[in-house]
Design a protein around this ligand. Structure first.
Ligand SMILES: *[C@@H]1O[C@H](CO)[C@@H](O)[C@H](O)[C@H]1NC(C)=O
Ligand SMILES: *[C@@H]1O[C@H](CO)[C@@H](O)[C@H](O)[C@H]1NC(C)=O
Ligand SMILES: *[C@@H]1O[C@H](CO)[C@@H](O)[C@H](O)[C@H]1NC(C)=O
Ligand SMILES: *[C@@H]1O[C@H](CO)[C@@H](O)[C@H](O)[C@H]1NC(C)=O
Ligand SMILES: *[C@@H]1O[C@H](CO)[C@@H](O)[C@H](O)[C@H]1NC(C)=O
Ligand SMILES: CC(=O)N[C@H]1CO[C@H](CO)[C@@H](O)[C@@H]1O
Length: 773
């Protein structure tokens, strides 16, 4: 109960000192600890001051109150003090210099609603009602403000007995209309080194000749993993950490991002998804598998309420259209789990529409080694294949490629086999016969997989050359992967090499064709456009992936010299003429370890993430939530448009009819159809990324598009279909390739896995409150 006595207390102003990470904290980071230095069970609260940010207690003289407020004292409050009011229109106002602000306070069934104003503008109504009382909750946050002085004002607007809110279907009544302030946290992200671009509206606008780059939106949870799931939404998956977006009284680690409105909604995920891989199955369901444990001994991290994610299979059914409330992540470790623990595994949809789950380590660490290596693959749904009965199948390639072989690169080839690259090597795996065909070693000692991270793509497959596969691998590092971290520097220059090879007998005999990017890059993201060009963004000019392992770390980053200018690679141009950054805007946001980029159905490139940190940090290189949008020149002009009724399915070898409107008409134009998988992106691996050109003919005023010949050329599952008229692509429409039924389910293999494995997941007593963010 809140007393109406109104009194001042001795005002106190404190700044929380940032944590300095010790070695043990660094090691434990890889095993799921997220609260540095924490070794014992503590009641978890979302209150967290990222290194580099500043906290201001409710009793700070810099914070001004109007109306009746009272002070309360408890060790359960930040700095042991809390200031609260139940007076209507009582307000608190605070002027700060930074790029963001977070308000921490309590929630209970006595709490009501408040209006939050930033720089005089109403930005949010916050409902502080919750069934169970919770302390040190993040009530409101905004990031990405221009770096200067701002004022936040919060007004209590819930009179007693009138605040009705529907919470989980229950009409609840606030009994007290209370609002409080425990602390403000002022964030500075984006203010260091280079000035931020001033304002969203004054950014570079795409023109006919030029590429455009705008910064807009915030991912709410750090974007470690990214996949476009529908025309309107992208799925973002992070590790368990102190993200600003909260759910059930704790930070969220997955979210749904609206590509049109930039709204973001937290998604409930049970297990620690650090660092999982993902793929869509033939029936359109996305699987996200693997991760990291909570920890053996309990820490505050456990109080996030997360479960061990090493053997997790998380299922997500995309909801199409703007309705987003119905999409959620399904996880039930008693029923559905991997046959073995995997951290840093790659997931690939193969020619039967199932997911091949490749490699990874049995537990988190910095670099793979023989002790923790999981040199196997398994399938989801599991298969009784090669005598495995659903259990892992040994893959000698993943033993021979130690140590730098996590997040192997893999592409499903048009003969149904699978190309894999790991460390300095490559091979073709025939999954039907369980046999490996080793390929020539990648030239010049280049290592292309974690932590010497390069990127790779399967080049566009075309009917004209009978879908002949060619792969392209770019960037990475030549650092000896047997060296300990203390002999590696963040300043060691990355590689500028790209190598491509045609995967036919003749092409393999000819070997890797080497070329050089204009600058070295590691942790780059390669994004295929419908035009067949490849956009290269993100990454560093020196160092390696990860954090807290090498000498000369920048903050905690193992890498430095962020590369800020995107690059275009045209695979069909003559050698020497393939790279260009002409007309390309530069970013001012470093995107190093844990950055992502993907094509969107509109045709622009969504760029997000960067977090070479144990937990959210504001020190260079801080945790990045801002999103950027890179628009190819075709976005600015008139584009062809798919109109009328849209086919939902594209069967193998069958045709669909499309109505296409173009600025000039189709009759005299070159028309192409591009069938694309935008992939599941994490750690520079664009798993499943694919572009297959289809036969398209103009007849009777519409366009007849022929489906791919079979599931080898395009593994059955979701795709984006773009029409290109004279090289200008339309927006993509979502289409299911194949019958949409999904891979065969082998109940015997599933039962065998359940019998031979344990869920291995520690249930925790994490704080679980009521109510959505
Ligand atoms: C609170 O402020 C609003 C807007 O200024 C005003 O309309 C309302 O009468 C005030 N209520 C009380 C109880 O002071
Ligand atoms: C989800 O839908 C609601 C209601 O239409 C909307 O207000 C919100 O912005 C949507 N969120 C996302 C992430 O699309
Ligand atoms: C797709 O297949 C997977 C694996 O069998 C299954 O778990 C999932 O529920 C299916 N999705 C739909 C929409 O049927
Ligand atoms: C192998 O990696 C694990 C995880 O990082 C580490 O704990 C272990 O010490 C390593 N073993 C060797 C022999 O380097
Ligand atoms: C299209 O081609 C036809 C037949 O070749 C020709 O008569 C016509 O002028 C062309 N139209 C345009 C707009 O180029
Ligand atoms: C921490 C833990 O429970 N580990 C167990 C995971 O499951 C395997 C196989 O059942 C056990 O051997 C581990 O002890």
């Amino acid at each position: 109960m809140v007393s109406l006595t109104f009194f001042f207390t001795l005002l106190r102003y404190t700044t929380l000192v940032s944590f300095v990470l010790g070695t043990s904290a660094r090691n434990s980071a890889w095993n799921g600890h997220t609260t540095p230095g924490s070794t014992r069970v503590a009641a978890f609260t979302p209150y967290y001051v990222p290194p580099g940010a500043k906290s201001y207690d409710s009793a700070s003289p810099l914070i001004h109150y109007s109306g009746k407020w009272i002070d309360s004292y408890s060790s359960g409050y930040a700095y042991h003090t809390l200031r609260s009011t139940s007076a209507v229109n009582a307000s608190v106002s605070f002027t700060f210099t930074g790029t963001g602000i977070e308000w921490f306070g309590c929630t209970s069934n006595n709490h009501g609603q408040a209006s939050v104003y930033v720089d005089g503008k109403l930005v949010r109504m916050v409902n502080a009602w919750s069934k169970a009382p919770l302390r040190q909750q993040r009530m409101f946050w905004v990031f990405g403000l221009p770096f200067r002085s701002h004022t936040i004002r919060i007004v209590n607007n819930a009179p007693k007995e009138t605040n009705r809110e529907i919470v989980r279907g229950i009409s609840a009544r606030s009994r007290g209309g209370v609002m409080d302030l425990d602390a403000f946290v002022v964030t500075q992200a984006g203010s260091s080194k280079t000035p931020r671009r001033a304002d969203l509206t004054s950014l570079q606008v795409p023109s006919h000749e030029k590429w455009g780059l705008v910064q807009k939106g915030s991912t709410g949870v750090h974007a470690m993993q990214l996949a476009v799931v529908s025309e309107t939404h992208a799925l973002i998956v992070d590790k368990v950490e102190h993200n600003p977006l909260t759910l059930d009284g704790h930070p969220a680690w997955a979210s749904l991002y609206n590509l049109n409105t930039h709204a973001v909604r937290p998604l409930r995920m049970l297990s620690n998804s650090f660092c999982a891989g993902g793929a869509f199955l033939g029936n359109g369901t996305l699987v996200n598998v693997g991760g990291n444990p909570v920890v053996e001994d309990r820490t505050a991290a456990a109080e996030f309420g997360d479960l061990d994610g090493l053997q997790s299979v998380r299922l997500f059914d995309p909801c199409d259209g703007d309705a987003n409330e119905s999409c959620s992540i399904y996880e039930n470790h008693d029923r559905i789990r991997l046959a073995s623990p995997r951290w840093y595994n790659t997931v690939l949809r193969i020619s039967d529409g199932s997911a091949m789950i490749i490699g990874g380590a049995k537990k988190g660490g910095w670099i793979n080694n023989a002790t923790v290596n999981n040199p196997t693959l398994e399938y989801y749904p599991p298969k009784s294949i090669h005598g495995s009965d659903g259990l892992p199948i040994h893959l000698p390639f993943l033993v021979d490629t130690l140590n730098s072989n996590l997040f192997p690169m893999a592409f499903s080839l048009p003969d149904g086999n699978v190309f894999m690259a790991a460390n300095r090597d490559a091979m073709i795996y025939n999954w039907r016969t369980n046999s490996e065909r080793r390929l020539p070693r990648i030239p010049n000692g280049l290592r292309v997989t974690y932590p010497m991270t390069g990127s790779g793509l399967l080049l566009p497959l075309t009917p004209e050359n009978n879908y002949t596969p060619e792969v392209l691998l770019c960037g990475g590092s030549t650092i000896d992967d047997t060296r300990p971290g203390y002999e590696i520097s963040s300043q060691d220059v990355a590689s500028a090499q790209c190598a491509r090879m045609v995967l036919t007998d003749a092409g393999i005999a000819k070997g890797w064709q080497v070329e050089e990017m204009p600058q070295p890059r590691t942790m780059l993201d390669m994004v295929m456009l419908p035009t067949g060009q490849i956009v290269i963004v993100n990454g560093a000019g020196s160092g390696i992936s990860g954090y807290g392992n090498v000498v000369n770390q920048v903050g905690a980053s193992n890498a430095d010299h962020p590369v800020l200018t995107p690059l275009v690679y045209d695979p069909s141009a003559a050698p020497g003429k393939r790279f260009s950054s002409k007309g390309m805007p530069s970013s001012d946001i470093p995107r190093l370890y844990h950055s992502v980029a993907t094509l969107t159905p509109k045709g622009d490139v969504m760029i997000a993430g960067s977090n070479p940190n144990l937990d959210r940090s504001e020190l260079m290189y801080g945790t990045e939530y801002r999103v950027e949008w890179l628009s190819p020149p075709y976005m600015a002009g008139q584009r062809p448009e798919i109109i009328g009724s849209r086919p939902r399915q594209l069967q193998f070898g069958r045709q669909v009819r499309l109505e296409v409107r173009t600025p000039t008409g189709l009759r005299n134009s070159t028309v192409k159809a591009a069938l694309m998988d935008f992939g599941f992106v994490t750690h520079a691996v664009h798993a499943n990324s694919r572009l297959v050109y289809l036969q398209a003919e103009y007849a009777d005023g519409s366009l007849i598009v022929s489906g791919p010949p079979d599931g080898n050329v395009y593994p059955p599952g979701p795709a984006w279909l773009h029409i290109l008229v004279d090289g200008i692509p339309s927006k993509g429409i979502k289409i299911i390739v194949g019958d949409g039924k999904g891979p065969a389910v082998d109940h015997k293999a599933i039962q065998n896995i359940l019998q031979h494995t344990s869920p291995n997941q520690t249930k925790t007593s994490g704080a679980s409150g009521e109510g959505e963010e």
